[in-house]
Design a protein around this ligand. Structure first.
Ligand SMILES: O=P(O)(O)OC[C@H]1O[C@](O)(CO)[C@@H](O)[C@@H]1O
Length: 529
């Protein structure tokens, strides 16, 4: 296609939202008007399904749950006055609590004001808060946030070492919708221990964000924690950034949460339009569908050309992959759906994997995110008439062009700035696009049955570990693996037994292993007394 025809195509497909000043360009995706016509019936159904979802239908049938994240930024849309009140009350509770923390009205028992936040949570209870913190926290926030989002002991130590002697003035947020996620529980237990060692009372620093009645909520209540904020049954972890899960940590850092919500609300209005070409989320879903043949055949590479938006791709990884990566469709057919997501930031990635994107496997499409405002204030010239920001723009355009020349699709979202309003809008845009795409491919985008398998297997392995330790403690002589497996009643688990014991031995946890590491089947295992 010649450049003039391409320019025409750009104009024909360009979407612009005047309230958000956000553009979406899908002219380099290969989407045609025939695709639009062909997919219209599917979209009509998806728009109707989305209306039903927003009206309170049980859109997550496996879990029997409503899907209400859109109500979070327009509480009047909630299907009952009780839910409307729950939402508005939660925002009010956040604002009141944060004002009291910032003013020192709620303060650490040892005096002064709270200076740091240790946020413990995983998946949807971490990724949104991390993304928004990196995108929007001021350079000198009223409270500095630190995340524990794993059960990695060294990672926990590192986070606590960043807090250093400010544990005494740290607020601890324990964030878990279910209130029973082991990694989060472990992080909490480790932090509680750090407080105990310093002679500090954990409850005086602790805040829970969880569903009413959960284990975490019971614990917080019975131990007299500082506060408990609600997480709602009808909000999924990966769409919880604009619930207390995301709003409380953001507000503590001085991020204007009402602007986040306002940006999302405007985007919600724009993505409720039941016409593909004037609905940016529908245009995204259409592009994903056409590019990946409705089967996710191409990976989504997300490249924000702005350092502060770097974690957007990691945030989207969960939103897209946990929502769409499903074995069965809603009719029970095996479909193995999904779209793989990765990315970091431009132009940095240009000096890493963009080589393959241009010349290697053609198994992806790029989403460029362009931020028009370079920085507040003026820029220096890095060469006559050219700034660093001009380079950022030029390199984005250059990469987009270079990919197109080689038949590699891309789409570009252009935002005016990386403000709270814009970030809220981007979150809402992708929540809706994922929802619409889920309807197009007929999967339940709101459950995550696949994650359970790994969790169950881990629990079985830890029970086996306890059994092995008991067996070794009761045996006076070293045992071969086959003997140990037999006594422990786990003959079929030889490999797992070996791997569990090797880990214990490496951490001086009482297990002694003798023999050549190259022959795991011949090793002798005993308990060090
Ligand atoms: O907030 P919770 O209940 O601790 O769950 C954390 C994450 O774990 C998952 O359930 C997956 O295991 C995610 O969907 C969720 O965001």
């Amino acid at each position: 296609m010649d450049t003039l025809a391409l320019w025409q195509q750009y104009q024909d497909w360009l979407y612009y939202n005047p309230d958000l000043e956000i553009y979406l360009d899908i002219s380099r995706t290969g989407v045609t008007t025939q695709d639009l016509a062909q997919l219209q019936p599917k979209f009509s159904q998806a728009f109707a399904d989305m209306n039903a979802l927003e009206a309170g239908a049980i859109a997550n049938p496996d879990e029997g749950r409503m899907v209400g994240h859109y109500w979070l930024r327009d509480a009047n849309l909630a299907p009952s006055p009780e839910l409307t009140k729950e939402i508005t009350d939660s925002i009010q509770q956040i604002q009141t609590f944060v004002a009291q923390i910032h003013s020192g009205q709620i303060a650490p028992p040892q005096g002064g004001k709270f200076t740091d936040v240790i946020s413990i949570g995983i998946g949807g209870s971490a990724l949104g808060p991390q993304f928004v913190s990196q995108a929007l926290a001021p350079d000198h926030p009223p409270l500095t946030i630190h995340f524990i989002d794993n059960t990695d002991p060294a990672g926990i130590d590192r986070t606590l070492s960043h807090v250093e002697n400010r544990l005494v003035s740290s607020l601890v947020l324990v964030i878990s919708k279910s209130g029973g996620t082991p990694e989060t529980r472990n992080g909490m237990v480790e932090v509680q221990e750090a407080f105990r060692k310093r002679g500090l009372v954990f409850a005086d620093h602790a805040v829970a964000i969880t569903m009413a009645g959960s284990l975490l909520s019971q614990q917080a209540e019975s131990n007299g924690w500082l506060a408990i904020f609600p997480m709602f049954d009808w909000v999924g972890g990966r769409t919880s950034e604009l619930s207390p899960v995301g709003l409380l940590p953001a507000a503590l850092q001085g991020i204007p949460i009402l602007e986040l919500l306002a940006g999302a609300k405007i985007m919600d209005v724009a993505t409720r339009v039941a016409e593909i070409k004037t609905n940016p989320a529908a245009l995204l879903a259409l592009s994903w569908y056409v590019i990946g043949q409705g089967r996710g055949e191409k990976d989504m590479v997300v490249l924000p050309y702005k350092d502060s938006l770097q974690l957007f791709s990691r945030y989207l990884q969960q939103l897209v992959m946990e929502s769409l990566g499903k074995e069965k469709d809603l009719a029970g057919n095996t479909v193995n759906q999904g779209i793989a997501v990765y990315g970091n930031k431009g132009t940095t990635d240009q000096h890493a994997y963009v080589q393959q994107l241009r010349d290697g496997l053609n198994n992806f499409f790029v989403t460029f995110i362009e931020v028009l405002a370079d920085r507040p204030g003026d820029s220096v010239d890095v060469e006559p008439g050219i700034t660093s920001g001009d380079y950022l723009c030029g390199l984005l355009l250059g990469t987009r062009q270079a990919l197109f020349e080689k038949g590699r699709p891309s789409l570009t979202i252009t935002v005016p700035d990386a403000s709270a309003k814009t970030v809220g809008a981007l979150i809402a845009l992708y929540e809706r696009a994922v929802g619409l795409y889920g309807f197009l491919i007929n999967v339940n985008a709101y459950h995550q049955p696949g994650v359970e398998a790994g969790k169950k297997a881990a629990a079985v392995n830890l029970a086996l570990q306890k059994q092995l330790v008991k067996t070794l403690q009761q045996e006076a002589r070293p045992l071969k693996l086959t003997e140990l497996a037999l006594i422990a009643g786990a003959e079929a688990q030889a490999e797992t037994i070996y791997l569990l014991l090797r880990h214990l031995a490496a951490n001086q946890r009482g297990v002694k292993i003798q023999g050549p590491p190259t022959k795991p089947g011949e090793l002798l295992y005993s308990w060090q007394r």
